[in-house]
Design a protein around this ligand. Structure first.
Ligand code: TYM
Length: 331
């Protein structure tokens, strides 16, 4: 059986980059032919300064958001990373199989550490914990956005090293990154960059919990260029192309079909059409999140059930690893 694993950090709210790049694909991968694991990776989100008081609420908000987007806890194992201790245990073992230069080279580390005076060790170890996430479930498919590719290559190389040293244990997973522009949704205010939680201009990112007014405002303020025509050209016209990409993913029409439909409009008028499509798509999701946030007991129960299922598999892999590396497994 195919095994799907992916994770998301509970930092802030789920935004449209997360939605189009990853979560909408996670939803489609849920069916009986696959075992599916989706983890809220709280231990990853403490690698940079954060507010401990907000983390618990953010975990519940992320749980509610994923369910509202269509993750079905009956079909998918939805769980909190820190509740399965084998993630950190395996990450220690994997850390012993790589080198400091290999980790220091990774683009995400370089980018995040560039602005810090003192770089926390956790930020450096981040991709090892990510590798442990995937390998613990022997995942064969990992659906993510483009920014995760290098981290997953490290996971592959750790799996190969482990297999070589201790015998065949981990499969080399397939990284599912869409070839269309959904794997890198751009920042609306700065379309040379990806939409992200950390960009200083908050108007560049639309959160799944944004109100219709917020959405309209942010789309109106989206940076385009001095051409007023609607054309799809991600390399030369990243601003308007990002709007077209999102519109296309919602409507099922190709970006070219949308350009043809709106060829009489300028970018200013077209923005109103995109905003309306986004509002229509995300209003029911937002309402569902609000409803779910009223039942924190239900959300905690989902995570508890997920923990039980995830832990069974994680423990089994951990015991296999522990005996292969020569430590004595604790039964
Ligand atoms: P995170 O929390 O930053 O993002 C979650 C998912 O959303 C995707 N994504 C995007 N896709 C397209 N355009 C964007 N602008 C955009 N922004 C974010 C990310 O690629 C990701 O798929 N390190 C991971 C979390 C993680 C993980 C894992 C992922 C931990 N362990 C194991 C896969 C497998 C992260 O920070 O994702």
């Amino acid at each position: 059986k195919e095994k799907v694993f992916s994770g998301i950090q509970p930092t802030g709210t789920l935004h449209l980059g997360n939605y189009f790049g990853a979560v909408s694909k996670w939803v489609k991968l849920q069916n009986e032919d696959r075992e599916v694991f989706y983890s809220i990776v709280d231990l990853h989100s403490i690698t940079l300064p954060y507010d401990a008081k907000k983390l618990e609420k953010n975990v519940l908000l992320m749980t509610a958001s994923l369910i509202a987007c269509g993750i079905n806890p009956e079909r998918s194992t939805l769980f909190l990373q820190s509740q399965v201790p084998e993630h950190t245990q395996l990450s220690w073992v994997l850390g012993c199989l790589t080198t400091m230069p290999r980790l220091g080279q990774l683009p995400q580390f370089k980018e995040k550490s560039a602005t810090l005076k003192d770089v926390p060790l956790g930020l450096y170890l981040y991709p090892i914990l990510q590798a442990a996430d995937i390998l613990l479930y022997k995942a064969t498919k990992v659906p993510v956005g483009e920014d995760q590719i290098q981290n997953l290559q490290l996971a592959h190389s750790l799996a190969r090293t482990f297999n070589r040293q201790y015998g065949e244990t981990f499969p080399i997973s397939e990284v599912l990154v869409q070839q269309d522009c959904s794997s890198r949704i751009r920042n609306l205010r700065d379309p040379t960059k990806k939409m992200s939680k950390s960009h200083p201009d908050k108007r560049g990112k639309i959160d799944i919990t944004d109100t219709p007014d917020d959405i309209v405002e942010k789309v109106k303020k989206a940076v385009t260029d001095c051409t007023s025509q609607i054309t799809y050209d991600p390399d030369n016209r990243p601003g308007v192309s990002t709007l077209l990409t999102m519109h296309s993913l919602i409507s099922g029409l190709s970006p070219e079909e949308i350009c043809e439909e709106n060829k009489l409009l300028d970018t200013g008028r077209y923005k109103l059409i995109v905003a309306e499509a986004l509002v229509e798509k995300f209003t029911p999701i937002r309402q569902e999140i609000i409803k779910l946030m009223d039942s924190p007991e239900y959300l905690s129960k989902v995570l508890q059930e997920g923990q039980k299922k995830a832990h069974l598999i994680a423990l089994e892999t951990w015991q296999e690893v522990a005996s292969k590396i020569g430590t004595i497994p604790n039964n």
